[in-house]
Design a protein around this ligand. Structure first.
Ligand SMILES: O=C1O[C@H](COP(=O)(O)O)[C@@H](O)[C@H](O)[C@H]1O
Length: 232
C-alpha cells in the first residue's frame, strides 16, 4: 500500500488541488474522474476558493465521475449535483468539459449513453487521474464487496447498493485499472480499521474492491489524513 499521511484532511485536499493546477498547465485535455460521497466535498470547496479557483486553467480539465446514483441532479444524493453546487457554480468551466452520469434518465439507456461518451472522449479509455473514495465496507466507486465482477470488460455497469437497494452507475474495475494514476482519498477515523486490514492482508484474501483495484500500468496511491491513518 503506497500511502501518504497528511496532518489534516485540509492538507490532503490542498495537495490534490495543487495537482489540479499542474495538470491544467499541460495545455491539453486532461481527463479526471471524481469520487462521490462525503469525503471529497472538502476538496470541491477548496477548489472553489482562492487561489485555486483562478489558478487552475479549468478549460483544460475534463471531469467525469467514478459513479453516480440514479437520482435528479438537485438531489443531495447526486454526486454530480454536489460538485455543481460546491465547485462548478463558482468557476468558469465550459459545459462540454463536464461529463456527468445523468441520474435522472432511465438506467439502461443511461448506461449505454455514458459508455458511448466514455469510449468517444477518453483516448484509449486511459484516464489521466482517477480519484476514488472508500466506504467503510471497502467499496469504491459503486463496486461493492461480493458483488463486483473484476473481469467485466465493459466500461460501466449498473450497481445496486447492498443495503439501501439504491440503483447506481459505476465505472468498472477494468476501466479504472487502465488509468495512468489512481488516488484513493480517505479521511476520518471511521476508516482506520479497514485501512489497517488492507495494509496487513493480501488484497487477494480480502473482499474489498478498494483493496484490489490498482492501476495496471500506472501509479496507485492513498492520500490519508492523520485520523484515517491512526492504526497504520
Ligand atoms: O457511495 C459512495 O461511497 C464512497 C465513499 O463515500 P464516503 O461518504 O465514505 O466518502 C464514494 O467513494 C462513492 O463515490 C460513493 O458513491
Amino acid at each position: 500500500m503506497n500511502y501518504i499521511i497528511f496532518p489534516s484532511a485540509q492538507n490532503a485536499v490542498e495537495k490534490i488541488a495543487q495537482e489540479f493546477v499542474l495538470y491544467s498547465q499541460q495545455n491539453r485535455p486532461v481527463h479526471i474522474s471524481l469520487s462521490g460521497g462525503s469525503t471529497p466535498k472538502l476538496l470541491f470547496k477548496t477548489l472553489a476558493q482562492s487561489p485555486f479557483n483562478t489558478e487552475v486553467k479549468w478549460q483544460n480539465l475534463h471531469f467525469w465521475w467514478g459513479d453516480d446514483r440514479m437520482v435528479e441532479p438537485q438531489d443531495p444524493e447526486s454526486n454530480y449535483g454536489e460538485v455543481q453546487k460546491l465547485l462548478f457554480d463558482h468557476i468558469q468551466i465550459p459545459a462540454e468539459n463536464i461529463h456527468r452520469i445523468r441520474g435522472e434518465n432511465n438506467v439502461e439507456q443511461e448506461l449505454a449513453r455514458f459508455s458511448q461518451e466514455l469510449t468517444a472522449c477518453v483516448p484509449h479509455l486511459e484516464f489521466d487521474w482517477i480519484i476514488l473514495g472508500m466506504g467503510k465496507d471497502g467499496h469504491t466507486a459503486s463496486l461493492f464487496p461480493h458483488q463486483t465482477n473484476f473481469d467485466d470488460q465493459n466500461v460501466a455497469v449498473i450497481a445496486k447498493h447492498p443495503e439501501t437497494g439504491q440503483i447506481r452507475i459505476s465505472k468498472t474495475a477494468n476501466l479504472i485499472e487502465k488509468a495512468k494514476r489512481i488516488t484513493y482519498l480517505v479521511t476520518g477515523g471511521s476508516k482506520a480499521e479497514i485501512l489497517k486490514e488492507i495494509q496487513t492482508t493480501d488484497a487477494e484474501n480480502l473482499p474489498y474492491p478498494a483493496a484490489k483495484i490498482k492501476a495496471e500500468n500506472g501509479v496507485s496511491e492513498w492520500y490519508l489524513d492523520k485520523d484515517a491513518a491512526k492504526l497504520l
